[in-house]
Design a protein around this ligand. Structure first.
Ligand SMILES: Nc1ncnc2c1ncn2[C@@H]1O[C@H](COP(=O)(O)OP(=O)(O)OP(=O)(O)O)[C@@H](O)[C@H]1O
Length: 242
């Protein structure tokens, strides 16, 4: 099956810091892929490379049959790549509904009643309908995370990139978010999810990749990856047997 998203030998450095070291991996249509790696490994930078807010020094990024390596971030978004941010970044002086409307009009290119309908449907799916007229700046952390998700969904993505969306939530909040993400999956959206809350990731993803110093160090089925000695040492800080 042709991947919906494919990185081939993608490289990026900031001076001496390499955030993507000849990274190659792909995402199948409808797949949910989890991304693990220690702090500073280059995971968010990889999302920036995929969404086009960072340009690669080398390599190729393909999406839905196109070489998008030189496409602008806006073009990638309109083509169906949307993301959430690790630190929620709503327009805090606008209501929840208005925030989603920006995504529906600018990302999904809808207007009028069609844009309104998409926003209301997404707000319902993400549990925010009751907050539609609340200013985004006054939301709780869970609702700000939900708004990140809602804004990304209002761009009508084929590929959804989630950056540590479960971080900082209580166990119950996390559970409810997992259910929402599972439901999004069922609609056929392909997902790449960076997450340190490993049990949340394992509840949803089909496959894991592990990044360290910008390099892909492992990929495979979640159980295999979680059992891998290299991953346990690098990521979980568990010493190998002497
Ligand atoms: N624009 C930039 N200029 C210089 N260095 C940068 C820039 N963006 C990121 N870095 C550095 O690149 C490295 C990787 O950062 P990145 O945020 O991609 O890591 P991460 O794996 O997402 O980390 P975390 O799990 O803590 O979010 C870090 O050392 C960071 O300081």
């Amino acid at each position: 099956m042709t991947p919906i998203l494919e990185l081939s030998e993608v490289t990026k450095s900031f001076g001496a810091v390499t955030v993507a070291d000849a990274q190659s991996w792909s995402l199948a249509p409808g797949e949910a892929l989890g991304v693990l790696g220690p702090n500073g490994a280059g995971k968010t930078s990889m999302f920036n490379l995929v969404t086009g807010t960072l340009s690669a020094d080398g390599g190729t990024i393909r999406y839905d049959g196109h070489d998008i390596t030189n496409w602008s971030a806006a073009r990638r978004c309109r083509a169906g790549i949307a993301r959430s941010f690790q630190v929620p970044q709503p327009f805090s002086g606008m209501t929840v509904f208005e925030n989603t409307l920006v995504a529906a009009t600018q990302g999904a290119n809808l207007s009028g009643a069609q844009a309104d309908a998409l926003c209301l449907e997404v707000l319902d799916r993400t549990g925010l309908l009751g907050r539609a007229n609340t200013l985004a700046g006054g939301l709780t952390l869970l609702d700000r995370k939900r708004l990140e998700l809602a804004r990304a969904l209002c761009a009508r993505p084929k590929v959804l990139l989630l950056d540590e969306i479960a971080g900082g939530l209580t166990e119950n909040e996390c559970k409810s978010l997992i259910e929402t993400i599972k439901q999004i999956r069922e609609t056929g959206v392909s997902i790449v999810w960076i997450e340190h809350v490993v049990h949340a990731l394992l509840a949803v993803v089909d496959r894991l990749i592990v990044i360290d110093f910008g390099k892909l160090i492992a990929q495979g089925a979640p159980d295999e990856i979680m059992q891998s000695q290299e991953v346990r040492e690098i990521y979980l800080g568990i010493e190998g047997d002497a």
